[in-house]
Design a protein around this ligand. Structure first.
Ligand SMILES: *Cc1c(COP(=O)(O)O)cnc(C)c1O
Length: 476
């Protein structure tokens, strides 16, 4: 055994990504990681000085650009398109209002989200109500407000029929469907199956009910769908179901809703970079869907509705964090040249496990999607040093709190500001308060000015709903 020939080891990263092989080579790596000094012209370090760290930052410009590009992509191919913003993807009021001001309706999936939309002044008729559990009270309210309730299952249909029996005017509903359009896993949890005729039976039951109007046939085939062609199949399936309903009961369903799921320019762990090579532009999704609808005779063309989330907001969101500690610097190679095979292997494993680590002041409690997505990491300044494979630790007392298992970074110090991006979709809505206050959120507005849109949490936000029995009250 000599130092120049070590026992081959299979690292946990090898084989997962073409770049992982490069990670093993400390000497032929690019020596430069481009910094991200500013967001929409506003200095990252200045944002942290003014608003604290960690800090979520959203770009109003980016959200509006994405919304307009999607609208143009569809609108230029198919006039009768309408859009709804998926609240659960990010329900900050400022974010919802940006999309509403671009003409997007609200797509909500729960009582909480329904109330949020109404509180923002969105009329019932501009709300699409999805979700596998809608409480009876909320259903009653939504149906009488004129929202389109998209029915998920037979039990919900029973409740709705019971509610509308007392209505004077009929209420609008949609039928949610699922089917195989080439995407795995198939989301069988939501809606009625197409293949076994359930969806058609539910639709016809609705059509026959004089207190209901079947407004929409809906499907939401998944999220982060990389194949535009899947939407062509989905559109064909909904068109075929609509034909079947027309033949059976002489009702032409006015609206087809293709849900959401268009990807953002983010990457799953192990995917080859750059994202632009993997992710198709929104225009290809528009081609796939409108290609089907434009084949219909003009008079028969439905209103096309989309419920987009991730695609519109992911890249608009950044999380600014600060390095609070550095860990596990490279160990020097063992001095001995006659290590046993076992000792050599152990040394290599230790070397790998103890790779350089940075602890940042935000954890996976704010970055739920880090489990699937390889979130990009950008230093805020140019550091002139060799890059090193680095593990990025969050600040939680949990071993699984790792934001990136391996990311090439230069030698950074405590106090360095790092930007994680893209993080705008789902992370905030899914965030947990766990051991920390949730960070403040800043919007870089249309004029390039940063504005606070959610303050950092304080103790009272967390203690507020708690009640302390008298015998447990703290002594004065
Ligand atoms: C979550 C959801 C969306 C939005 O999904 P994205 O993948 O973020 O675009 C749309 N429709 C329904 C019914 C949803 O549940």
């Amino acid at each position: 055994m000599s130092e120049t020939y070590g026992t081959p080891t299979i690292s946990s990263e090898l084989g997962r990504s073409p770049e992982a092989a490069v990670d093993r080579n400390y000497y032929s790596r690019g020596g430069f990681v481009p910094p991200l000094p500013a967001i929409d012209g506003v200095e990252v370090q200045g944002l942290v000085r003014s608003f604290g760290s960690p800090l979520f930052v959203f770009s109003e410009h980016d959200m509006r650009e994405k919304a307009r590009r999607a609208r143009d992509a569809f609108g230029s191919r198919y006039k009768k398109t309408s859009f709804a913003w998926s609240y659960k993807t990010n329900y900050l009021n400022a974010v919802c209002q940006i999309f509403h001001s671009e003409g997007w309706q609200a797509e909500v999936v729960s009582q909480f989200e329904y109330e949020k939309a109404r509180k923002l002044g969105i009329a019932g008729k501009d709300i699409i109500f999805n979700g596998p559990h809608k409480t009876r009270d909320t259903l009653e309210r939504a149906l009488s407000d004129g929202a389109v309730v998209q029915i998920d299952n037979w039990d919900e249909l029973n409740v709705i029929e019971d509610i509308v029996a007392r209505f004077k005017k009929p209420a609008q509903v949609g039928i949610r469907t699922w089917f195989d359009c080439g995407i795995r896993p198939i989301w069988t949890k939501f809606g009625f199956a197409l293949a076994n005729g359930e969806a058609a039976r539910a639709a016809i039951r609705v059509v026959k009910n004089p207190k209901l109007v079947l407004h929409t046939l809906h499907t939401h085939i998944g999220t982060y769908i990389l194949l535009p062609e899947a939407y062509r199949l989905a559109a064909q399936n909904l068109v075929a179901l609509r034909e079947q309903i027309l033949l059976d009961s002489n009702h032409l369903v006015p609206c087809l809703n293709l849900g959401g799921g268009f990807p953002s320019y983010s990457l799953l762990h192990g995917m080859p970079r750059p994202a632009e090579h993997v992710i198709k532009p929104v225009e290809e999704y528009a081609d796939a869907i409108t290609g089907v609808l434009n084949k219909l005779p003009e008079k028969k063309r439905p209103l096309l509705r989309l419920e987009l989330g991730r695609h519109l907001v992911d890249e608009a969101g950044y999380l600014l964090t600060t390095v609070v500690a550095t860990k596990g610097h490279d160990r020097p190679p063992p001095a001995s040249t006659d290590l046993s095979a076992r000792a050599a292997k152990e040394w290599q494993i230790m070397q790998e496990d103890s790779k350089r680590g940075l602890v940042i002041d935000a954890g996976i409690n704010f970055l739920y999607t880090a489990a699937w997505f390889e979130i990009g990491v950008w230093p805020s300044r140019l550091v002139n040093s060799q890059t090193t494979p680095t593990r990025l630790y969050g600040d939680l007392c949990m071993a699984i709190d790792v934001v990136r298992e391996t990311v090439d970074l230069p030698m950074l110090d405590v106090g360095d500001v790092l930007t994680l991006h893209p993080v705008g979709a789902y992370n905030l809505a899914q965030s947990m308060q766990f051991i920390d206050y949730r960070p403040a959120v800043v919007l870089i507005n249309r004029d390039g000015k940063p504005e606070l849109i959610r303050r950092r949490e304080v103790l009272e936000d967390i203690n507020g709903p708690e009640l302390l029995p008298a015998h447990l009250a703290p002594r004065a």
